[in-house]
Design a protein around this ligand. Structure first.
Ligand code: UTP
Length: 492
C-alpha cells in the first residue's frame, strides 16, 4: 500500500504527503492510500503547479474588453407580450410531456458560508411547513410533471439528476431514501458524484488537513462536465430520450424547476445553451454578469471589473452590464456532448485563495488566520464560450431568485431569513392575486401590501405547497373571495 502511494506521489512531485505515515493507524493509512489512488499523478502534478502559478499571475482586468449582450440574444418576462409567453410555455410543456426534458441540480458544494454540517439542500429555512430545499424542489418537479400530463394527456417522465460530491452524496442519498424520494419515482432520481481536488499551499505543495488526510475540495460546479463523463450520465439521458437539460443551483429557494417558459423560449430560438439572468439590484452588487468579452459569451465576475465599468449606463439610464447570472442554465444534450467530448480540457480553473486548516511539520493542527492556500474550481457557466447559439432570458428577481449563501449570524444578505421572506412574499402575492383576503385577530381585513420589502416580513404568513401551485396558477378556486387568518398553510 505504502509503495504504491509513494510511487504515485513521487511521480506527482508530492512525496511529503506521506510524511506522517509511520504515525497513522491502519484505517488512516488505507484512507490516505485510497485518496492518492484516485488521483492521476500527471494531472496532480499539473494541478499543483498551475495552482501555484495562477496565484502569482493574478487576473487580468477585463473591463476594457467587455461588450454588452446583443439585443437579439435576449428575451425576457417583462419585455415579452403575454401571447408570446403563453406560446413559449406551451412549447416547454410539450417538450416535458414528450420526456425530452431533465433537470440537473448542482449540489456538490461544501456550503462553507452557511456553515451547517450537512448538505445545503437539507436545510430548512423556517417555513411554516418546515420543508427543506430538497423537498420544495422535488415537489415542484412533481407539479410540473402533473401539469404537463394534464395539459397534453398521457404520462411523462421528468428525470432529476443530482450532482453531489464526497461531502454530500451519502447524506443526500440517505435523506432522499428516508423521505421516500418525496413522492418521485426513485428511478427518476439519479445521483452522481463529482471529483475532488487537493488544496495547494502557496509553495505548490498539497496541504494536509490531518496527518493522514489531504485537504480535498470538490472541483467546482464546472466539475459537472467531467462528472457527466465519469458517470456516463449523457448515455443515461440518451437512453431516456432526454434532449434538453435545465441546470440550477441548490440554494435558490425560488428556482422554477424545468421552467416551461424558459425551455420553450430556448427551444424556439434553437439555442444550444441558455442562461437566465436578473437585473442587478444595484451597480456594485457582487454577482457575475453575462456579457461578451472579445465577442465571446461569458460570465464576468464582479471582482474582474473596474468601478467605472460597473457603473456604466446606457442612454436610457439602464446599467450597461446588468445581466446578473443566477446559475440557471439551459443546455441541449448535444451541446453537453460537445463539451464533454471536446471542450472540457479547455476550461480554465478559477483560483480561490482561502484559509485552509492544516497540520504543521510537527503534526499540530493549525487554523490559519490569513489565507494560506489555493482551491481550484471550474465554473458551470464557463462553457458559454463554446455555444454556437446562445440565448439569454431575463426574469424578475422577486419571482425567481433568492439564494441561501450565508449564515443568519452574518446579518447581511442571502441568509435563511431572506430566503424565507422571499418565498413568503411570493406566496402572499399569489394569494392576493387569486382573490384571498386576510383577517387580523379582530377579524378586520389586513390591508394589501404589494411592495416587496426585502428586509421586512409580508403582512401575513401564507405558504402554498408546490404541489398545489408552482407559479401562482390555479389558486382561484381555493382562495377567491375567501377570508383567512394568518398563518395560512395551503397544502394538498
Ligand atoms: P457556491 O459557489 O455558492 O458554493 O455554489 P457552496 O459550496 O454552495 O458554498 P460556499 O461557497 O462553500 O459557502 C453554487 C452552487 O454550485 C454547487 C453548490 O452546491 C451550489 O448549488 N457546487 C459548488 C457544486 O455542485 N460543486 C462544487 O464543487 C461547488
Amino acid at each position: 500500500m505504502f509503495a504504491a502511494a509513494e510511487r504515485r506521489l513521487a511521480e506527482a512531485g508530492q512525496p511529503e504527503v506521506l510524511r506522517f505515515w509511520a504515525q497513522l493507524s491502519e484505517d488512516e493509512r488505507g484512507a490516505l492510500a485510497a485518496t492518492v489512488e484516485q488521483q492521476d499523478p500527471a494531472e496532480l502534478r499539473a494541478h499543483c503547479q498551475a495552482a501555484a502559478r495562477a496565484r502569482l499571475a493574478g487576473q487580468a482586468p477585463l473591463s476594457g474588453l467587455m461588450e454588452p449582450l446583443p439585443e437579439e440574444v435576449i428575451g425576457g418576462v417583462s419585455r415579452t407580450e403575454a401571447e408570446t409567453l403563453r406560446r413559449w410555455r406551451e412549447r416547454g410543456f410539450q417538450e416535458i410531456s414528450k420526456g425530452h426534458v431533465a433537470v440537473l441540480l448542482l449540489a456538490g458544494g461544501q456550503g462553507t458560508r452557511l456553515g451547517v454540517p450537512y448538505p445545503k439542500g437539507m436545510y430548512n429555512v423556517g417555513l411554516p411547513s418546515g420543508k427543506t430545499l430538497y423537498q420544495i424542489q422535488a415537489e415542484r418537479i412533481r407539479k410540473i410533471k402533473q401539469l404537463a400530463e394534464e395539459m397534453l394527456g398521457g404520462k411523462c417522465t421528468l428525470p432529476w439528476y443530482i450532482m453531489t460530491s464526497e461531502f454530500t452524496l451519502e447524506p443526500t442519498e440517505r435523506f432522499f431514501a428516508r423521505h421516500q424520494y418525496f413522492g418521485l419515482p426513485q428511478s427518476d432520481v439519479v445521483m452522481f458524484e463529482q471529483r475532488m481536488l487537493p488544496a495547494v499551499g502557496f509553495d505548490g505543495k498539497i496541504i494536509l488537513e490531518g496527518k493522514g488526510r489531504i485537504a480535498m475540495a470538490p472541483d467546482g460546479n464546472g466539475g459537472l462536465y467531467r462528472a457527466l463523463t465519469d458517470n456516463k450520465i449523457l448515455e443515461d439521458m440518451d437512453r431516456r430520450g432526454v434532449r434538453v437539460v435545465h441546470v440550477y443551483c441548490v440554494d435558490n429557494i425560488l428556482v422554477k424547476m424545468a421552467d416551461p417558459v424558459f425551455i420553450g423560449f430556448c427551444v424556439e430560438r434553437g439555442a444550444d445553451c441558455g442562461a437566465k439572468v436578473v437585473g442587478k439590484a444595484y451597480p456594485t452588487e457582487p454577482v457575475g454578469v453575462v456579457c461578451r468579452v472579445n465577442g465571446i459569451y461569458q460570465v464576468v465576475e464582479y471582482s474582474e471589473v473596474s468601478q467605472e465599468t460597473v457603473e456604466r449606463r446606457n442612454p436610457d439610464g439602464q446599467l450597461t452590464f446588468n445581466a446578473g447570472n443566477i446559475c440557471n442554465h439551459f443546455f441541449t444534450v448535444e451541446f453537453l456532448k460537445s463539451v464533454t467530448e471536446e471542450f472540457e480540457p479547455k476550461l480554465k480553473p478559477h483560483v480561490a485563495v482561502k484559509k485552509i486548516p492544516y497540520v504543521d511539520e510537527e503534526g499540530n493542527y493549525v487554523k490559519p488566520e490569513k489565507a494560506n492556500g489555493i482551491k481550484m474550481e471550474k465554473f458551470v457557466f464557463d462553457v458559454f464560450q463554446f455555444s454556437t447559439r446562445f440565448a439569454v432570458f431575463e426574469v424578475l428577481r422577486e419571482d425567481e431568485f433568492s439564494p441561501l449563501k450565508n449564515a443568519e449570524s452574518t446579518g447581511g444578505k442571502d441568509m435563511p431569513s431572506t430566503a424565507r421572506r422571499a418565498l413568503l412574499w411570493q406566496h402572499y402575492r399569489w394569494a392576493v392575486q387569486a382573490g384571498a383576503h386576510f383577517l387580523d385577530s379582530k377579524n378586520n381585513r389586513v390591508p394589501v401590501l404589494s411592495q416587496l420589502q426585502e428586509m421586512e416580513d409580508p403582512p401575513v404568513v401564507c405558504e402554498i405547497s408546490p404541489l398545489i401551485s408552482c407559479e401562482g396558477e390555479g389558486l382561484e378556486e381555493r382562495l377567491k373571495d375567501q377570508e383567512f387568518h394568518s398563518p395560512l398553510l395551503l397544502t394538498e
